[in-house]
Ligand binder design. Sequence first.
Ligand code: RP5
Length: 162
Amino acid sequence: MTAAKVGVIMGSTSDWETMKEACAILEELTIPYEKKVVSAHRTPDYMFQYAEQAPERGIEVIIAGAGGAAHLPGMVAAKTILPVIGVPIQSAALKGMDSLLSIVQMPGGVPVATVAIGRAGAINAGLLAAQILGLKDKEIGQRLLARRAQIQAKVLEESDLG
Ligand code: RP5
């Protein structure tokens, strides 16, 4: 089995409905990844262990999704210099604004690349991870370029609304 290059982690199994979109992109682009529930509040020691050990296991990018008091991406970023992409999960109470602000408002010095709330954010997290890997993996870069060309062709094909 090929070692995972992207670690997709989320605060709860309830985040999977959103985070599966990031995984679908990684699968489409044939990028080896792993997916795990790692909770900042419920399993804090495991979270730190995960972040510390990720580089030596071959992980190059971490995608972290969380909702509400969404501390997972920021705390993981605090323990590693791997790029961390944060996905704000759309919460029931505040529609994900809580998640977004929790993830995006990092202090200067510890970045989290924060994407949009929900499904679009998860898709873009997968793509952004691929783009980071694509800097040195030319095959991934080619697949990304082909994907962009397909998107463009589809929009042009459907552009005439009559
Ligand atoms: C966060 O709390 C998780 O990321 C999830 O979005 C939210 C709610 O978790 P559950 O109560 O559904 O397990 O830690």
